[in-house]
Write a protein that binds this ligand. Structure first.
Ligand code: GDP
Length: 199
């Protein structure tokens, strides 16, 4: 699925701009610079899939990519939060569209929430979890840049992230720990997505 066709199909910035919810979707979110573009590219074996999402004007919208021919799954690249260009380091500056998307998307299977393993779960991430919890969306934490963490620090890093998640009201799938750079944890993530899709 991931190695096959992957087409940019849509960028939505206004209500009514979204594609119909006719395919299962998984979304990717996180602070800007968390490594989201790198992860999306590595997951789909591309070099520049996520480039389209970085085109000025597209950074604050939802970008949709379809995987498979015929399409079987949609990847949704959500705008990075805490993005300096937005002005305030606030999720509140996120377009209403995104809140509406999270709240009302019937086929949204999971939101993969990326957190830089070096920074750990921060205030903005917690704010985002809050939004996801309120929207009753299932989410999974992905710690990125695993290669930047010393081997001896990896388990404590995971444990700290688990603790942050334990504070949330719902239970969550086991945290993924990835390196786009070193190709670590990606096969597990793909397999997890395939299982989600299989239902
Ligand atoms: P985005 O803003 O979330 O899309 O983040 P990018 O994918 O553009 O990555 C931000 C920075 O982190 C870039 O300098 C990347 O090279 C770096 N980066 C991304 N993934 C990794 C990783 O797995 N390991 C390391 N060491 N650096 C990474």
């Amino acid at each position: 699925l991931f190695a096959g066709s992957c087409e940019f199909m849509f960028g939505g910035a206004k209500a009514g701009d979204l594609p119909p919810a006719d395919l299962p979707e998984i979304a990717f979110a996180g602070r800007s610079n968390v490594g989201k573009s790198s992860l999306l590219n590595a997951l789909t074996f591309r070099k520049s899939l996520a480039r389209v999402s970085r085109t000025p004007g597209r950074t604050q919208q939802l970008n949709f990519f379809e995987l498979g021919a015929p399409p079987r799954l949609r990847l949704v690249d959500m705008p990075g939060y805490g993005f300096a260009a937005v002005g305030k380091e606030k999720l509140a500056s996120w377009p209403v569209l995104i809140r509406d998307y999270l709240r009302g998307r019937a086929k949204l299977l999971r939101v993969f929430t990326l957190v830089d393993a070096r920074r750990g779960v921060g205030k903005l991430d917690e704010e985002f979890f809050e939004l996801l919890d309120k929207s009753a969306v299932s989410y999974q934490l992905v710690l990125t840049k695993r290669d930047e963490i010393k081997v001896s620090e990896r388990e404590p890093t995971l444990e700290a992230a688990r603790k942050a998640l334990e504070k949330r009201p719902a239970a969550h799938p086991e945290i993924a720990f990835t390196s786009a750079e070193k190709n670590e944890g990606l096969e597990e993530l793909r397999a997890g997505i395939a299982r989600l899709l299989a239902g």
